[in-house]
Design a protein around this ligand. Sequence first.
Ligand SMILES: Cc1cc2nc3c(=O)[nH]c(=O)nc-3n(C[C@H](O)[C@H](O)[C@H](O)COP(=O)(O)OP(=O)(O)OC[C@H]3O[C@@H](n4cnc5c(N)ncnc54)[C@H](O)[C@@H]3O)c2cc1C
Length: 388
Amino acid sequence: MLGYLLARAGVDVVVLEKHADFLRDFRGDTIHPSTLEVMHELGILEEFLKRPHSKVFQAGGQIGDELITIADFSRLPTKCKFIVFMPQWDFLDFVTDHGLLYPTFNLKMRAEVDELIEEGNRVVGVKARTSEGPLEIRADLVVGADGRSSVVRKRAGLDVEELGAPIDVLWFRLSRMPNDPGQVLGRVMAGKIMVMLNRESYWQCGYIIAKGALDKLKQRGLEAFRADILSLATFLGDRVGEIHDWDEIKLLTVKVDRLRQWYRPGLLCIGDAAHAMSPVGGVGINLAIQDAVAAANILARPLSQGWVAPSHLQKVQWRRELPTRVTQWVQVQIQNRILGRVLGSSQPVAAPWVIRLFNRFPILRRIPARLIGIGVRPEHVKTPDVAE
Ligand SMILES: Cc1cc2nc3c(=O)[nH]c(=O)nc-3n(C[C@H](O)[C@H](O)[C@H](O)COP(=O)(O)OP(=O)(O)OC[C@H]3O[C@@H](n4cnc5c(N)ncnc54)[C@H](O)[C@@H]3O)c2cc1C
């Protein structure tokens, strides 16, 4: 996204992606009103909405036997008053297709960054492994947007603050039938939590476990696991039998951390590389995009002039640090106080009274809707191509 924004503003950009495509299923599907607003500002929203997607106007879950609606996006002060569900690979294909319309946008797939090139204390480029052999690229600025296991942040020696996560996620698919319920995101029962994303022909399931609990789960056996899933979503019936082997279930390790300083001379980290997000609230993709917008707003001019000072990079961190801290704080509270507690107990679960208030007073649903859908300090595109 940052590559696209800068290329539009006339800055020469090379995007390096280690995989041959964006097709991996562990990335989440949610495109929030804040991101849709950015696309509106860029004039690409209508085209984006022509790609296959589903819209969610309200979000909630099933806690015990009770259906609770927690967020209502329909009153947000944004162009789109809904969340779009679209697999992240389709979203990234859309963004890169638009980037490639600009001669300043260069995308190199199968190019894995493994080293930084440094001169004195300044980062001046990267070395990457590609299918055609080693590649060296020199640049006025290197941006690490390489996710929660960022090589760039590691090589740059940036100091990481770990916030911890008591959960991991088991990620698997089950087929979807036309008369299955629509989008009920979370399902919570005694000691069990599952999130189900509607991908039309199948359900992408995220079964939450306590960190490190997979071995114990395996010891209980696959049959017991299938029964756990069924107790959370009885409509699945014998489809739980589609899980034949533990190999079909991917363990996704959740971590929440952030860099103390997001930059060094010649280098900036954004997105999960700067602050790994928990899946809670499904906000990580959108926060990463907000970082990209802030970085493009602040850096497009200095990059066009060929000189980015550490003070420019510091401005990006100052701008994005508050939203990151607030969002991570909320995620950690939910992880520790709600998810951790449910997983640690075998008692029947009932929705706490505070959560029940959302069903009683629907107006309250606007608060989580704003937090999830827009977030703290929303960004608007101000790069020269849009602002002038
Ligand atoms: C189980 C789970 C579910 C989630 N669900 C959601 C959700 O529904 N909605 C949501 O908003 N967030 C969700 N999140 C969080 C979200 O996935 C991240 O916050 C978001 O993807 C961060 O975006 P990013 O661009 O910074 O990093 P990533 O999406 O991780 O992208 C990094 C990219 O860099 C590439 N790369 C990595 N290393 C290199 C290298 N050395 N050289 C070249 N390329 C490299 C990777 O292949 C990848 O394409 C979820 C997280 C987890 C763990």
